[in-house]
Each structure stands twice: as structure tokens, then as C-alpha cells.
Write a protein that binds this ligand. Structure first.
Ligand SMILES: NC(=O)c1ccc[n+]([C@@H]2O[C@H](COP(=O)([O-])OP(=O)(O)OC[C@H]3O[C@@H](n4cnc5c(N)ncnc54)[C@H](O)[C@@H]3O)[C@@H](O)[C@H]2O)c1
Length: 252
């Protein structure tokens, strides 16, 4: 990797884990493309990066739409340069018990997490192959191990682990690593929405979750950003096809 092609793409980077990761990678020296559904939504992350002296652009794209993904990656190449880092972080929840889960709840979650990671990785890999260097990180979840009310999400997050391992095998010879980070409970809008759905205040919800976590606290977006920062570093080139659970302790 040369100084010129230190370009990273983070999807779903308008807020939460994606925003923290984009800000961290910018601090690590990457020019960062902040991709989210609406370009305007990414402005806040971009402003934080530029205020700290970094380089970033906001790009609007739905990662589950092939044409939008192709256009977004082309724009990144034109405005920042060819990406050597891709963090597939965009995600949504459509939780429900199986008997109440609609076909569209299933499809939406599969499309954003799984198809989105596939489309983004496919669009970026050719630039990484050309560079003979690349780092792909996919956001899985502790829910990959199974979680009540998340048949769709747990299947998608387990699927991302298989996808990651396959990418690591196909792309390793081009100097590209692929790894997954599987967070436990991280305090973001996503977990705040879950608290609301189950009728609990967010503070009470976080406190209850913390009692189940060995380090006695819930996670924060920077906990994940730090792990991603390691995985995309040059020195992590022998770490590939791995799933790192970042959950404050081991999981059953
Ligand atoms: N928060 C947690 O506890 C937790 C735990 C495990 C895994 N994760 C995973 O980490 C990732 C980030 O989670 P978060 O908590 O920051 O979520 P969040 O809801 O706060 O942020 C997700 C971002 O993704 C964007 N997004 C959604 N659909 C998109 C699409 N089709 N195209 C582009 N952008 C899209 C949203 O607009 C939003 O900005 C997700 O993949 C999530 O499943 C989160």
C-alpha cells in the first residue's frame, strides 16, 4: 500500500459503529468514503473527519442496489482514489418471532447485510486485486450464534461469516485479507430502537445487558472501530478468514 492509495470505504457510516470506524480510519491516515442511504446523512461524519484534519466524502447509496453500489464505488475512485479497504457495516433490524416475521422482513435483512456485502465486495475487489493489496472487514454479530426474535438477522450474520471465509480463500493470493468482527451489545441507535421495541428505557436496557457481560459494561462504537483498525492495518496481513467476537467476554 502506498501513501497515494490509502483509501477506505465504510458503509452505513452516517452514525453508530460505521461513523466511529470511519473517524478512526481517517485518524489512522485513510481518506474515507462515508457511504450511507442518503448523502446528507453522512455529512456529520465527514465534518468530524475534516475538522480533525482528515479527508473524507459522503456518498449516498443503498448497498443492496447493484447500480447504486457501482456508481458509488466509481465516485470514490474518481474523488478519493481506488479503495484498498472496505468495511461492510451497513445494517438494519427487522426483529420478530418466526411466526410473525413477514417475507419482506426476511428479504430486507438479507438484502442489506448479505447482498449488500456481496455487491460492495465485488465492486471493490477489482481495485484491490489491481493494487495487489486489500483489507475487507464484514460486520457480523454475536446474534450469528442464534438469538430469539432474529431468525432473519442471525441467518444473515452467520452467512456473513461464511462469506468472509470464502473471500479470504479466493482473494488471499492477491494480498487481500477478509475478516469478520462480531460485536456483542454496542450502544447505538440500533440497540436504542431494540430497547424501545421491548418497552424499556435505554439506560435500564443497557444496565440489564451489562450484568450479563464479563467486563461489566456494554460496548461503545469505538470498541469496534479499534478492532477494525487493527484488521485493516498492514501488519495484520497474516490474519485472514477470522471472526473476532468483540463482546466483553466469551460467548456460549
Ligand atoms: N449495535 C450493536 O449492538 C451491534 C451488534 C452486532 C452487530 N452490529 C452490526 O453493526 C453494524 C452497525 O450497527 P449500528 O448499531 O451502528 O447500527 P445503526 O442502525 O446505528 O447504523 C446503521 C447505519 O447503516 C445505514 N444503512 C442501513 N441500511 C443501509 C443500506 N441499505 N445502504 C446503506 N446504508 C444503510 C443506516 O442508515 C445507518 O446509518 C450493523 O451491521 C449491525 O448489524 C451491531
Amino acid at each position: 500500500m502506498t501513501e497515494q492509495n490509502r483509501v477506505a470505504i465504510v458503509t452505513g457510516a452516517a452514525r453508530g459503529i460505521g461513523a466511529a470506524t470511519a473517524i478512526r480510519l481517517a485518524a489512522d491516515g485513510f481518506a474515507v468514503a462515508v457511504i450511507d442511504l442518503e448523502e446528507a446523512a453522512g455529512k456529520d461524519t465527514v465534518e468530524k473527519i475534516t475538522a480533525a484534519g482528515g479527508r473524507a466524502i459522503a456518498v449516498g447509496a443503498d448497498v443492496s442496489n447493484g447500480e447504486q453500489v457501482a456508481a458509488a464505488v466509481e465516485r470514490v475512485v474518481a474523488e478519493l482514489g481506488a479503495p484498498v479497504v472496505l468495511v461492510n457495516n451497513a445494517g438494519v433490524l427487522r426483529d420478530n418471532l418466526l411466526f410473525k416475521m413477514s417475507e419482506s422482513d426476511w428479504d430486507t435483512v438479507m438484502n442489506v447485510h448479505l447482498k449488500g456485502a456481496f455487491l460492495m465486495s465485488k465492486a471493490c475487489q477489482k481495485h484491490m486485486v489491481d493494487a495487489g493489496y486489500g483489507r475487507i472487514v464484514n460486520l457480523s454479530s454475536s446474534s450469528a450464534l442464534g438469538n430469539r426474535g432474529q431468525a432473519n438477522y442471525s441467518a444473515a450474520k452467520a452467512g456473513l461469516q461464511g462469506f468472509t471465509k470464502t473471500l479470504s480463500k479466493e482473494l488471499g493470493k492477491f494480498g487481500i485479507t477478509a475478516n469478520a468482527v462480531a460485536p456483542g451489545f454496542i450502544a447505538t441507535d440500533m440497540t436504542a430502537a431494540t430497547a424501545e421495541r421491548v418497552g424499556m428505557g435505554f439506560e435500564e436496557f443497557k444496565a440489564a445487558a451489562a450484568t450479563m457481560i464479563p467486563v461489566n459494561r456494554v460496548g461503545v462504537p469505538d470498541d469496534i472501530a479499534h478492532t477494525v483498525s487493527f484488521l485493516v492495518s498492514e501488519g495484520a496481513g497474516f490474519v485472514s478468514g477470522q471472526v473476532i467476537y468483540v463482546a466483553g467476554g466469551p460467548l456460549d
